[in-house]
Design a protein around this ligand. Structure first.
Ligand code: ATP
Length: 632
């Protein structure tokens, strides 16, 4: 938080200059493979039946004098991580090293001297102060607990601390209820700073405060950092606060760090799609941009349950770039650019790490409906490493924009794909497409779809394919989508518009709804290529979702001018109530009850870790309730 420029409100804050060469500073705290699993117990015997994987293997380090910001949606494990690194809770696994000393398994007694050096500021300025104690008693607790006698006496030192945080020394004998939220948070800060700690972990230090007060507290923390040489780990929801205060930022998702980078890199060129989604939610106070279309990325649904996190990349269920590899293989947090670590197979603003994997998962296709076109077009199917797109890429990209399908027939200039693509082929029947002509729109149609699809293969093949999704997966000669890239004669969608002799595809276009009606769809008209591509890609994606073999979705390899869906190409499925604004999680609703106060040495004497109930929320509350009130 060095060199922070003070402002009236955090949102208006000009972003301070990046701290110089933070990497050269000495490492104060190092965390390796840290895990924290809360057991779920059931039955009379309280057998463990599962675990809430709140923190599931994270690595990072904090250097002296720097501020590490930690962001992520509600429930992704930020607070748990904060409590574990301060040893208020015991880790399940991994290693925590503070000033070169392994503190992972230190007992409460062994930790006591270290409490002077590691402090925590809690989110809730109301719940973290004991209402029956005076401010003087609260702020002086660390001295008493640590047996420290400051020069001039405890009272004088407490009054000095109150002044330091902008309160009056006369407040010494008052009670917490006599203060506003901002003032209470200052009291919490005074208490945390009493013993001149080296590391302060601040869990949402300003989120309970009014915006103008937020700026005051942030500026105060900044001043104190410079004055006392503090090192901060600041956990926050508010990305503008984090941007303002942090030197480096760790983005957490479902118990993992998905990206860790310095502030400038993270905000200017985020690599993880989740980071990009979070960043897109940060409002830009720029009057010139008023009225402009927002590039905001909405994420579908909530963070999945940490009890059974998704396989592979945990974000794949909500990512618009997810392909098969994301579902099966967990990406490691690797340094792709100096100082920028990311765990993603298909990072943004960087070369694809799995370029062979081009077929989007059906979940990704759905997710892409909530993502602006500009972002989607940067998807895995269109890697910067391959300037020309593969047929598969064309289709998958097109599938991401079903609603605009008919309007974009001109676009296929781009889609004149090279004959060879990088993708490894699993092509089994690439040459002749026996493709199911099924559009997602059709799939949703109540009535049997009338897909006017012009499917032209180079051989002017007449395709007879069942368009029913289930059938699609079982088509006799399925052309694997991955293979489309290697198709000898790839699709030239531009030709679609010029199709002279469109193949008559007697495709039974069946919809999920109309699947039972078995209504055939006739291919009659030459098509708009992109619409066709979209329709087919949609069909494939759906087929993949149902067959669970998304990477091997069938693709009409040579369809030059596939279908135009005359049917309602609505394509846009908006999950009812499922949209969740990235970076704007419903903090109030989901946030766990705040911990009781934990002044130096006190709170941690008995780091509570209650056995959890099966219900996650209940367990969460139970966990927080179990924290010992340190003011007592
Ligand atoms: N004591 C506990 N027992 C069981 N589960 C818990 C406990 N504490 C937290 N959890 C669970 O661990 C997960 C991570 O919780 P945590 O509070 O760390 O998330 P968070 O990212 O800090 O969320 P928020 O930003 O809302 O505070 C949640 O699913 C939560 O329910």
């Amino acid at each position: 938080m060095s060199e922070t420029k003070k402002t009236d409100t955090v949102a208006e804050a000009a972003v301070p200059k990046q701290a110089s060469a933070p990497d050269e500073r000495e490492v104060l705290l190092r965390v390796e493979g840290l895990t924290k699993h809360f057991p779920i117990k059931k039955g009379v015997l309280q057998r463990q039946v599962g675990a809430v994987k709140a923190v599931d293997g994270i690595d990072f380090e904090v250097r002296k004098g720097e501020t590490l910001g930690v962001v992520g949606e509600s429930g992704c494990g930020k607070s748990t991580m904060g409590r574990v690194i301060t040893r208020l809770q015991d880790p399940t696994g991994g290693k925590i090293t503070f000033e070169g000393r392994d503190i992972t398994r230190l007992s409460t007694g062994q930790m006591r001297p270290l409490r002077r050096d590691i402090q925590m500021i809690f989110q809730d300025p109301y719940g973290s102060l004991n209402p029956r104690h005076t401010i003087g008693s609260i702020v002086s607790a660390p001295f008493r607990l640590q047996g420290v006698e400051p020069e001039g006496g405890i009272k004088k030192e407490v009054q000095r601390l109150l002044e330091l945080v902008g309160l009056s020394p006369e407040h010494y004998n008052r009670y917490p209820h006599e203060f506003s939220g901002g003032q209470r948070q200052r009291i919490g800060i005074a208490r945390a700073l009493a013993l001149k700690p080296k590391l302060v972990v601040a869990d949402e230090p300003v989120s309970a405060l009014d915006v103008s007060i937020q700026a005051q507290v942030v500026n105060l923390m900044d001043d104190l950092q410079q004055e006392l040489g503090l090192t901060y780990v600041i956990i926050a929801h508010d990305l503008s606060v984090v941007r303002h205060v942090s030197d480096r930022i760790a983005v957490m998702y479902l118990g993992k760090i998905v990206e860790l980078a310095d502030r400038t890199s993270l905000y200017e060129a985020p690599m993880h799609p989740y980071t990009k989604a979070l960043m897109s939610a940060v409002p830009v106070p720029d009057t010139k941009r008023r009225g402009q279309k927002s590039e905001r990325i909405l994420l579908r649904g909530d963070v999945p349950s940490p009890i059974a996190p998704p396989s592979g990349c945990r974000f794949h269920t909500r990512c618009w770039k997810a392909t098969e590899i994301c579902r099966t293989t967990e990406p490691q947090l690797v340094e792709l650019r100096p100082g920028q670590r990311v765990a993603c197979h298909h990072p943004e603003n960087f070369a694809d790490q799995a370029p062979q994997d081009t077929v989007l998962l059906s979940a990704a296709k759905k997710a892409s409906e909530l993502v602006p076109d500009a972002v989607v077009s940067d998807g895995p199917a269109e890697k910067e490493t391959t300037p020309e797109k593969t047929p598969a890429a064309v289709e998958e990209t097109a599938a991401a924009e079903p609603a605009e399908a008919p309007a974009k027939a001109e676009a296929p200039a781009k889609t004149e794909a090279p004959a060879k693509a990088e993708a490894p082929a699993k092509t089994e029947a690439p040459a002749k497409a026996e493709a199911p002509a099924k559009t997602e729109a059709a799939a949703k149609a109540e009535a049997p779809a009338k897909t006017e699809a012009a499917v032209k293969t180079e051989a002017a093949a007449k395709t007879e394919a069942a368009a029913k999704t289930e059938a699609a997966a079982k088509t006799e000669a399925p052309a694997k989508t991955e293979a489309a890239a290697k198709t000898e004669a790839p699709a030239k969608t531009e030709a679609a518009a010029k199709t002279e002799a469109p193949a008559k595809t007697e495709a039974a276009a069946k919809t999920e709804a109309a699947a039972k009606t078995e209504a055939p769809a006739r291919t009659e008209a030459p098509a708009k290529a992109e619409a066709a591509a979209k329709a087919e890609a949609a069909a494939k994606a759906e087929a993949s979702s149902e067959t669970g073999a998304s990477a091997e979705t069938q693709a009409p390899a040579e369809a030059e001018a596939p279908a135009e869906a005359e049917a309602e190409v609505s394509g846009v499925k908006t999950g009812p109530g499922a949209k969740v604004s990235a970076g704007k999680p419903a903090a109030g609703a989901d946030a766990p009850a705040e911990e009781p106060a934990a002044p130096a040495g006190a709170a941690t004497d008995a780091p509570a870790e209650e056995p959890t109930a099966a219900a996650e929320e209940t367990a969460r509350r139970a966990g927080t309730d179990s924290q010992e009130s340190t003011d007592k």
